[in-house]
Design a protein around this ligand. Sequence first.
Ligand code: 5GP
Ligand code: ZN
Length: 142
Amino acid sequence: MAGDRDCIFCKIVSGEIPSVRIAESKEACAFMDIAPIARGHILVIPRDHYETISDMPPDAVAALFRLAARIAPQAQHAVGAEGLNVLQNNGRVAGQVVGHVHVHLIPRRGGDGLHWPWPARQAASQELRQIADDVISRLTNS
Ligand code: 5GP
Ligand code: ZN
């Protein structure tokens, strides 16, 4: 899986579109988000084009998160943040706008106006068991 010539992040990987680079590995690279949600917002992406995390081989996912994990504490400390969100959106319904896998590193401060948690509800234990069984059976057969 190499580059997609219509993909903005593939163009960033190749240097066709400029970016403010943070770090690189053989498999991934990191750069500043052009429209940060918070000060110090960084994106980490695989060099190869994959639309969602489900399209990636496990080794590529591991390499992507290895670079993200290396940068995360430094990104937080660089802007004097108290915490950091690691966010990875898959599919439009989940908020993915750019169709090339990316990990958001978002430094957080108290009172920064970003809101977590999302609304939660109580679930019946039967429902949890049913869903877990379905996932487990799919894992077993995959
Ligand atoms: P998504 O909503 O797909 O999870 O996030 C896409 C992110 O890519 C957004 O935070 C957006 O600001 C960032 N982005 C989109 N285009 C560019 C670009 O050309 N350069 C950089 N550095 N970031 C971009
Ligand atoms: Zn791409």
